[in-house]
Design a protein around this ligand. Structure first.
Ligand code: CUA
Length: 152
């Protein structure tokens, strides 16, 4: 085996080791897709959709959000000591995205469907979190955002 072959073999092994290590690190830091994410047909469509925030039981919230060009309604969500948040999101017009920056909450929002995400909020999460639309939805896409406030 020539010296050049040996160098290339070592480069390939180094690349594979880097990828494997970053995958293991990402999983150990909980960077994964939301586990409880489902898309259900919107019963009754937009007129019957009830926007709003309610505490179903202590620490368990249900947040119903209507996404449309180019805002989330409600736009500011303030929750006190949440353990579990169930987001139910639908779109009034186009395909939008729903990403809470710095978390694994990330899903597509489609008109005619409800996106349901059940998020078990890590205990050390508190403060303000930016919510953005991460599916291109037209000229106002870059201004489509919301705020989640977690109070502990
Ligand atoms: Cu809504 Cu991009």
């Amino acid at each position: 085996m020539s010296k050049k072959e040996m160098i290339w073999i070592l480069i390939v092994i180094a690349i594979l080791a880097t990828f494997s290590t970053s995958l293991v690190l990402a999983l150990s830091y909980n960077y994964n897709v939301p586990k409880d994410y489902e898309l259900i047909a919107c019963p009754g469509g937009i007129p019957s959709f009830q926007k709003g925030i309610k505490e179903v039981e202590p620490g368990v919230y249900e947040v119903n959000i209507l996404a449309s060009k180019w805002f989330f309604d409600p736009y500011k969500i303030v929750l006190k000591n949440p353990k579990v948040i169930k987001f139910v999101i639908t779109s009034a017009d186009l395909t939008h995205g729903f990403l809470i920056v710095g978390t694994n909450v990330n899903a597509m929002v489609l008109p005619g469907y409800q996106t349901v995400i059940t998020w078990h909020v890590p205990q050390d999460f508190s403060g303000e979190f930016l919510i953005i639309c991460n599916e291109y939805c037209g000229t106002g896409h870059s201004t489509m955002y919301g705020i989640l406030v977690i109070e502990r």
